[in-house]
Design a protein around this ligand. Structure first.
Ligand code: AMP
Length: 290
């Protein structure tokens, strides 16, 4: 595995790969790699000739009171895991490389970035869209791999790619969970034993919502209310949102038809967790996707 830290050398390497007629798959991450990240890496390796994993904790997507400084970082562990996976390139630029003095150009996606995470993390998706656009410029991927875990991020990136004619195919990969259902996340490392147990309430609430949908419930408010009721029974839990929205536009839906995203953001103590499930209603039947 080759580790590259400058945009210029990454662009030269990418031009070499492309010049040889080979395809590039990019997996953007913020490191502290777990099996969720590695599932994206393996998918990229299956579908592309050369896999590039970027590790960059992007300050632009953290709010002033968020965990940028404390975000889990473990470069040696990450490098080892990626070596073992047989990744071709690790792209690990510094903050100064990505945001040199004078930097002032940002990408703003509008409507789909406004609700849910956008409401509770103002500026978050401006940071995400900007860094993803910059990573695409550095790595020149044919395909880029994202996790359904960050459902709104996938929608925002897909919108940006379409709107700005970026020649990249976005591949969305299923959520990888611990055996008890907790969605894998770098932030799970912050949970103590009691919080780790309490964190299961997200998965229980989503599973309950999916069951009610499968039993014929179509009223979004009632599904959201039941999720809230369940989560509020957990003393350490505090809800940012429990929402049922159109899976494409992310606009609220009154009644469930077509494809909907059931999404949660919940604080467990001082740790903010997100999770979701996508369901598809068709001819009165509901199937769960991803
Ligand atoms: P992050 O390092 O948190 O920015 O995540 C990097 C990529 O990995 C994003 O596309 C995430 O959606 C994806 N990812 C994180 N956790 C999971 C998971 N449990 N299952 C699938 N993908 C994930």
């Amino acid at each position: 595995m080759k580790t590259l830290v400058s945009v210029a050398e990454m662009q030269v390497a990418a031009a070499g790969v492309r010049g040889a007629g080979r395809s590039i798959g990019l997996v953007p991450t913020m490191g502290a790699l777990h099996e969720g990240h590695l599932s994206l890496v393996r998918r990229a390796q299956q579908e592309c000739d050369v896999t590039v994993v970027s590790v960059f904790v992007n300050p632009a997507q953290f709010g002033p009171n968020e965990d940028y400084l404390n975000y889990p970082r473990d470069p040696e562990h990450d490098r080892g895991r990626l070596e073992r996976e047989g990744v071709d390139f690790l792209f690990a630029p510094t903050v100064e490389e990505m945001y040199p003095p004078g930097f002032q150009s940002y990408v703003t996606v509008e409507q789909v970035a406004a609700p849910l995470e956008g409401e509770f993390r103002p500026g978050h998706f401006r940071g995400v869209a900007t860094v993803v656009a910059k990573l695409f410029q550095a790595v020149q991927p044919h395909r880029a791999y994202f996790g359904q875990k960050d459902a709104q991020q996938c929608v925002v990136v897909q919108r940006m790619v379409r709107d700005l004619h970026l020649p990249v195919e976005i591949v969305v990969c299923p959520i990888v969970r611990e055996t008890d259902g907790l969605a894998m996340s770098s932030r799970n490392a912050y949970l103590n034993a009691e919080e780790r147990r309490a964190a299961l309430v997200l998965y229980r609430a989503l599973s309950g919502a999916r069951e009610r949908l499968q039993q014929g419930e179509r009223d979004s408010a009632s599904i959201a209310a039941e999720m809230r009721r369940l989560i509020e029974q957990e003393p350490s839990a505090r809800i940012d949102y429990a929402a049922v929205v159109d899976a494409e536009t992310l606009a609220p839906v009154e009644r469930v038809t077509g494809r909907v995203l059931v999404a949660l953001a919940v604080w467990i103590g001082r740790v903010r967790l997100i999770d979701n499930v996508v369901v598809e209603e068709h001819d009165g039947r509901v199937t769960s996707l991803l």
